[in-house]
Design a binder for this molecule. Structure first.
Ligand code: ADP
Ligand code: ASP
Ligand code: MG
Length: 418
């Protein structure tokens, strides 16, 4: 079996024909090395947003669950079909053998959770035969098909997950994610220009970074890479072949493969949060179970939770956060259970952001929280909710302070580039 490699190009890397040609040059360079190649592409930058807006305008937004409709997927999956065809054409013009593959042609088999489908299986045979035969497989990312033959999409940023799933199915030596930054940084380089590129990051830390808001990789792609042990490299597509230094990019790998030990590896933020407050809850067993049971039944993901006893001893107050896309549904449920449970009042605040510090070194070092709280206090940033895990601490703050908080924490943990 020849070595196989998966390359993935994100939206800005295929934003127009000029960029597609540059991506093709990077692909051609790898093809010359004799590897079997599968190349996954996103839609052109901005295209998916435009398609989503069309579905809203057609009436889906009015129906309440705009992105969980089967026809939503038919529309938004189309952006990737265009770039897959164009890249295959450009590669052929370069004299290479290439063909495009859509999700259903491989097939990338998914469950039927439209708009956020999970990949269940990728039968590798047809793709492997093409790739091993020297034909470059140019694959439309983001899309799959249900067992009933309906088109699905994998959630925003889902082409990363397509790429990792294909790398796992093909048992590729690596999955290279080409994007508009040259690796994973200690924080979003758009917010902090002093952010540093990490030459390596562990799967676990990358998983936390992604799920806490660093959109450089879709969370599920990291989950999958970790489970299937796919080495993932993040690197820039904005270079010509051979131009980048050999140690460029970031390798996402096992913790044991990282020599440099850090306590905190990165700072992430997410503005996609909404905080719901319930006041005057009866303070007896079963209340939380009733509320969160109903939210879970409605597929609403709850993230941070705090509960405190009110001054009047018989009642409690509770705050929890959900993603902004689930906020309306969550409030509907809260309204519905208000009388059943008998609490006094509720409120929603969407003007919040979650800022997190992440690092596997936290497992063995004390004082990480202290540094965080001190740095935020010194900038006058008020903490509304705190949550922790073994390798991260997150705080919920007022959205206006997001950038200030990210920069303060980045400096406080010594992550700034010198
Ligand atoms: P693509 O279209 O290639 O999938 P994305 O826009 O999804 O690219 O992801 C790349 C972007 O992720 C970068 O432009 C950067 O602003 C953002 N980003 C957020 N956090 C980080 C981080 N820690 N390291 C690198 N990039 C980050
Ligand atoms: N085009 C899709 C999106 O914008 C998938 C991707 O780019 O990964 O979300
Ligand atoms: Mg992306």
């Amino acid at each position: 079996m020849p070595a196989r490699l998966v390359m993935k190009f994100g939206g800005t890397s295929v934003a127009d024909l000029e960029r597609i040609r540059r991506a093709a040059r990077l692909v051609a360079a790898e093809a010359r090395d004799g590897r079997g190649l599968a190349v996954v592409v996103s839609a052109m930058a901005g295209k998916t947003n435009e398609l989503v807006a069309w579905t809203d305008a057609a009436g889906l937004a009015a129906q309440g669950l705009p992105d969980s409709d089967d026809e939503y997927d038919v529309v938004v999956a189309s952006g990737e079909q265009v770039t897959a065809g164009l890249l295959a054409m450009v590669l052929r013009n370069e004299g290479l053998r290439a063909r495009s593959w859509l999700g259903w042609q491989i097939p990338i088999l998914c469950d039927d959770a439209h708009g956020r489908a999970r990949i269940e299986d990728v039968p590798p045979d047809a793709l492997a035969a093409a790739v091993d035969g020297g034909e470059i497989a140019v694959i439309a990312g983001f899309q799959g098909v249900t067992s009933e033959g309906r088109i699905t999409t994998l959630g925003r940023g889902g082409s990363d997950t397509s790429a990792v799933a294909i790398a796992a199915a093909l048992r590729a030596e690596r999955c290279d994610i080409y994007t508009d930054v040259d690796g994973v940084y200690t924080t979003d380089p758009r917010i902090e220009s002093r952010a540093r590129r990490l030459s390596r990051i562990s799967y676990e830390e990358m998983l936390e970074m992604a799920s806490l808001g660093a959109k450089v990789l879709q969370t599920r792609s990291v989950e999958l890479a970790m489970a299937q042990r796919v080495p993932v490299r993040v690197l820039s597509s904005f270079v010509e072949p051979g131009e980048a230094a050999p140690d460029t990019g970031t390798l996402v790998c096992d913790e044991e493969e990282i020599v440099e030990k850090r306590i905190v590896s990165g700072v992430a933020y997410s503005r996609d949060e909404a905080k719901i407050t319930l006041l005057g809850l009866p303070d007896h067993p079963g209340v939380s179970s009733q509320i969160f049971g109903r939210l879970a039944d409605a597929n609403v993901n709850v993230d941070m939770i705090v509960q405190s006893r009110a001054r009047t001893a018989e009642t409690a107050n509770m705050e929890f956060t959900v993603g902004k896309r689930d906020a309306a549904r969550a409030i509907e449920i809260v309204r519905a259970v208000k009388d059943e449970i008998g609490f006094e009042d509720f409120a929603i605040d969407e003007d919040v952001a979650k800022v997190s510090v992440i690092g596997v070194g936290m497992r063995s070092h004390a004082g990480v929280a202290k540094t965080m709280f001190k740095a935020l206090a010194e900038r006058g940033v008020n903490i509304q909710v705190i949550s922790t895990s073994e390798i991260k601490i997150s705080v919920l703050i007022e959205a206006a302070y997001t950038e200030l908080a990210v920069r303060a924490l980045h400096a406080a943990y010594g992550l700034d580039q010198l």
